[in-house]
Design a protein around this ligand. Structure first.
Ligand SMILES: Cc1ncc(COP(=O)(O)O)c(C=O)c1O
Length: 366
C-alpha cells in the first residue's frame, strides 16, 4: 500500500511545533493577517529568494490579485498555457480579460515559447507561464518576449515552491509570482492559503491593497477590491513549515531521481527539466498507452495515483465560448489523455518507490 500523498506523515514529524503555533494564535487572537502573516511573508521571501511577499487566501486569488494589480481587465488578452489547473484561466476570466491559450512543449510540459510569441497582439497585456508539476518554464526566453512587446509576466508557481533556473527562484523573473499553499502543495497550509511575491515595492503596495478591500488605512479605501486575506492560523502553521521546505524539496527530488532511473530508463515519457532548471516535483506524471488499465491495477494493489489534468483548459466546458476545438493543442491533449501521476511526497521511502515501480511496470506500456 502506497498513498498518493501522505500529509499525516509530515504532520506527525512537526506535530508539537504546529500545535504550539496554533495555540499561540488562539492566545493572541490575531486571527486575520497581522503579525503572523507579516512574519511568514518575510520568511517565505527569504527562503524563496524574493524581495517581497504578501500572504493571501489561496493560489487562485493570488493570480487574480496579481492581474488586478497590473491593471489587467476587460478588453485585454492574457496568454497562458493550455495544460494547467483550471484556476490559471479562471483568474483571467474573473478579472474580465480573455485567456489566449498556447500549447506546451514535449517533455518539459511548459509553455511553447515560439507559439507564445505568435499569439501576441494589440490586446495582449500579460503572460502567465505555469511552472506545472514544479518544472520551470523557459523564463529567460519568456522575459525576452515580454520585454520586446512590453508585456507583464505573472508566474503561476502554485506547484513550484523553490524551483529555480540557473539558481534563480521561479516567481522572481516576472512582475509577480503567485503561490498556492493548498494542503497537498509542496508547502501546504492546513486549509487554504496563498502568496504573491514581487521584486517591486510599489507593486507590493498595490497587491497588498487588492488583498484587503483596497484600503489605505483602517476604514479608508482607495478602490473596491474585495477580501483575499490570509488567516493568522494558516500563517503561523506555514511559519513552522517554511523551515523544512528545503529539506522536503530534497526529498521530492530524490524520489523523482529514483523513479527516473527505473521508469524513465524503461522508456516511458517522464518530465525532462531544461538544462539549468531545477524541478521540485510537485507531481510525478508518466505517459502511458494504457492508462485505464494501469490505474485500475495500481488501485487494486492500493497504490494511489491521479491524472493532472484530464481536460486541457481549451476543452473545459466553462471556456467553450472562447471557440477552441479538439486538435488545437496536440501536446496538451496527448498528455491529458496519457498521463498518470505516481505517488510522490517528501517522506516516501525507497521501499515504497520500489513497490510503485514494480507494480507499474507489470502493466504499463510506453
Ligand atoms: C497550477 C495551479 N494554479 C493555481 C492553483 C490554485 O491554487 P488554490 O487551489 O490554492 O486556489 C493551483 C492549485 O491547485 C494550481 O495547481
Amino acid at each position: 500500500m502506497v498513498p498518493f500523498v501522505d500529509l499525516k506523515a509530515q504532520y506527525k514529524s512537526i506535530e508539537g511545533e504546529v500545535k504550539e503555533a496554533i495555540n499561540e494564535v488562539l492566545e493572541t487572537m490575531k486571527f486575520v493577517q497581522g503579525d503572523y502573516e507579516k512574519k511568514f511573508s518575510q520568511e517565505f521571501s527569504e527562503v524563496h529568494g524574493s524581495k517581497f511577499a504578501v500572504g493571501c487566501s489561496n493560489g487562485t486569488s493570488a493570480i487574480t490579485v496579481a492581474l488586478r494589480s497590473l491593471g489587467v481587465g476587460p478588453g485585454y488578452e492574457v496568454i497562458t498555457v493550455a495544460n494547467s489547473f483550471f484556476a490559471t484561466a479562471e483568474a483571467i476570466v474573473e478579472v474580465g480579460a480573455t485567456p489566449v491559450f498556447v500549447d506546451c512543449v514535449d517533455e518539459t510540459y511548459s509553455i511553447d515559447v515560439e507559439q507564445l510569441e505568435s499569439k501576441v497582439g494589440d490586446k495582449t497585456k500579460a503572460i502567465i507561464p505555469v511552472h506545472l508539476y514544479g518544472n520551470p518554464s523557459d523564463m529567460i526566453l519568456i522575459k525576452k518576449i515580454a520585454d520586446k512587446y512590453d508585456l507583464k509576466i505573472i508566474e503561476d508557481c502554485a506547484q513550484a515552491h523553490l524551483a529555480s533556473i540557473d539558481g534563480k527562484a521561479v516567481g522572481t523573473f516576472g512582475e509577480f509570482g503567485t503561490f498556492s499553499f493548498y494542503p497537498g502543495k509542496n508547502l501546504g497550509a492546513y486549509g487554504d492559503a496563498g502568496s504573491v511575491i514581487t521584486q517591486d515595492a510599489e507593486l507590493l503596495k498595490i497587491a497588498t491593497m487588492h488583498i484587503n478591500h483596497g484600503r489605505t488605512k483602517k476604514y479608508e479605501h482607495d478602490f473596491c477590491a474585495g477580501n483575499f486575506r490570509m488567516d493568522g492560523i494558516q500563517a503561523a502553521i506555514l511559519s513552522v513549515k517554511a523551515k523544512y521546505i528545503s529539506k522536503w524539496t530534497d526529498g521530492r527530488r530524490a524520489a523523482a531521481a529514483k523513479y527516473d532511473k527505473v521508469i524513465g530508463e524503461a522508456g516511458f515519457k517522464v518530465i525532462k527539466p531544461r538544462e539549468g532548471s531545477k524541478c521540485v516535483y510537485h507531481l510525478y506524471p508518466v505517459e502511458v498507452e494504457n492508462r485505464d488499465e494501469v490505474m485500475e491495477h495500481l488501485k487494486s494493489v492500493q497504490i494511489g495515483c491521479g491524472i493532472h489534468y484530464p481536460i486541457p483548459l481549451h476543452m473545459q466546458p466553462a471556456l467553450k465560448y472562447l471557440g477552441y476545438k479538439a486538435g488545437d493543442f496536440p501536446i496538451s491533449e496527448r498528455s491529458a489523455s496519457k498521463m498518470v501521476s505516481l505517488p510522490i511526497f517528501p517522506e516516501i521511502t525507497d521501499e515504497q518507490i520500489d513497490e510503485v515501480c514494480r507494480e507499474f511496470l507489470k502493466v504499463a506500456r510506453a
